[in-house]
Design a protein around this ligand. Structure first.
Ligand SMILES: Cc1ncc(COP(=O)(O)O)c(C=O)c1O
Length: 187
């Protein structure tokens, strides 16, 4: 290595700090204000929740969309929905937000970490194969920073191993990417 990283005294590659902001438009702000002004903040007696679920399922091309309070709850609900419980193993990635693994514990199951791919930083399908045991019930795949994981390979492994459940954690990727030129919208 001829050059040191900036943190060790090398030449910095940029002068300004990285600044990422969520992309929020005036239309988004106005719509949120409209919902708040309506006073209808729950699905009971309010129309906004149902409207969001309908629009989401249309956008994602799914039969159903169910909204919950946040990403952590969504993962917990998904694990419970597929029957994950005490003694079950759920394979996931170690390189993610904590909730991808803590929700497995919350379901009284055991998180098993597969390795990640050094190019995509997403879970490595080959490593998933090596982590499967008789107790494996599901796989939580994370599309990190909007970058799609290798879903074709992962679904193939899950199907070949007796129909393991695959839960996609899209907290960082809802609508964020098209997989292999359009076949699979990350959802
Ligand atoms: C990959 C991933 N999964 C799950 C979550 C949890 O989402 P929430 O903070 O909405 O509970 C996050 C939050 O950043 C996340 O990045």
């Amino acid at each position: 290595m001829s050059e040191l990283p900036a943190i060790e005294g090398g030449k910095p590659t940029r002068s300004s700090p990285l600044r990422f902001r969520p992309w929020i438009t005036d239309e988004d702000i106005n719509l949120v204000a409209e919902v708040l002004r309506s006073g209808q903040l729950s699905a009971i007696g309010g129309r906004w929740n149902t409207l969001l679920e309908q629009e989401l399922s249309k956008y994602l091309g799914t039969k159903h969309a169910v909204t919950v309070s946040n990403g952590t709850t969504a993962l917990h609900v998904a694990l419970k929905a597929v029957g994950v419980g005490p003694g079950d193993e759920v394979i996931t990635t170690p390189f993610t937000f904590a909730a991808s693994a803590t929700t497995i514990l919350h379901a009284n199951a055991i998180p098993i970490f597969a390795d990640i791919d050094r190019e995509t930083l997403n879970i490595d399908p080959a490593s998933i194969e090596g982590a499967i045991t008789d107790r494996t019930k599901a796989i939580i795949v994370v599309h990190l920073a909007g970058y799609p994981a290798e879903m074709d390979e992962i679904m193939k492994i899950a199907n070949e191993r007796g129909g393991l459940y695959v839960i996609e954690d899209t907290a960082q990727a809802l609508g964020g990417a098209i997989y292999r030129g359009g076949g699979w919208l990350v959802r």
